[in-house]
Design a protein around this ligand. Sequence first.
Ligand code: PLP
Length: 482
Amino acid sequence: MDAEQLRENGHRMVDFIADYYKTIEDFPVLSQVEPGYLRNLLPSSAPDDPESLDQVLEDVQANILPGVTHWQSPNYFAYYPSNSSIAGFMGEMLSAGLNIVGFSWITSPAATELEMIVLDWLAKLLKLPEEFLSTEQGGGVIQGTASEAILVVLLAARDKFLHRIGKNALNKLVVYASDQTHSSLQKACQMGGIHPENYRMLIAGASTNYALSPDVLKEAISHDISKGLIPFLLCATVGTTSSASIDPLLSLGKIAEENGIWFHIDAAYAGSACICPEFRPYIDGVELADSFNMNAHKWFLTNFDCSALWVKDRNALIQSLSTNPEYLKNKASQTNKVIDYKDWQIPLGRRFRSLKLWMVLRLYGSKNLQDYIRNHVNLAKHFEGLVDQNPRFEVVAPRLFSLICFRLVPAEGNLELSNKLNHELLDAVNSTGKTFISHTVLSGMYILRFAVGAPLTEKRHVDEAWEIIQAQSSLLLERFST
Ligand code: PLP
């Protein structure tokens, strides 16, 4: 590593990325390439002799960028956002520059201690109960993704139960969540050895606005207990993936408490909004939870990846995930005065991810972060108003944050036709390359999802997207009527 070379190349790379952001609106938002496109464009083996950065960047421009879907484009409204920011970017740069591997406190004390502090800061912004702070028995940890968060939680909860009732009971353990819960819970069950028939995906339909009904949960639990099964984990969601619905945390948490079940809250997307006092009531009941997760890399200006997980009892995680091989033993760990985050996660190695979250919190300040969220919610309200004004469309689920679920309603026709129409509308809209939206299915209805949350999105981008959606729907309806 030659410092002057790094300076020169680093500046060139920052220029390249800055130019990318300057021209980001010129690219089709959704990549329009065909599968396998890149193999024909690149050599079939690595070069023997070094090439120049110029040559590589030319290739990036000519061959890589066409195969990129531009998540940071202001015209990106698909799935959920994945924010970048200058603050987050600089934190990533610093982390790449230091390039430490902070699995134990000793391997970089600052990495562990900054993570503890920054997650305490964020917990306080979210007004999480004190038990989640690192100064108490709990604490926060940065996982790569919400999927890893739910996996470690499931393992901790599972092992806590099995420790008490015996390992042979594994096949009796039951997990509860609504059918709107993200598929990462199902994956965690598969990986955690939960019997395939013991994952209860309880129906949460239109009548409850896609939220889990406490009565349905109670009934499922009683039924399982009567069969000799053992309820051990309940996962509630604040901001489900399909429609951003919210499970009633207080009632569900009480049921979990009465039954001694580990209560996890997945707020991967909507958790960010809860730093605003007006959205904080959506996580009332978090005081009953054993663990809480939000993705700072979704809607909190922190470059991917940064998923914040808090637990009330860090020992549950540690007892399930710790190992202590000779080659990692050190004085600090043996005194029990430090946290070794290797025991809170699946891998051993870990990046210095707290730097970027720290930069975001410091360079924005909580007031700007709150305004950032509010701006997107207001843009989403604006889009909702546009949909409401057009009788050919309908909003199909309540908009609580910055996601609108809507569909084109044909004048006549059954659900099958309507689904076909909306499916085709999605493809037509995304094929324009000018905007990118995604879909889901709710109560058998094919629905379009418009999620506002890209950092560069302004009102004009929302208006343009709506123009495109309307224009494509007119073309489609014409075609369907002939
Ligand atoms: N939970 C919810 C509610 C989500 O919406 C998502 C993804 O969008 C996830 C979990 C999974 O997130 P990750 O990609 O961080 O695993």
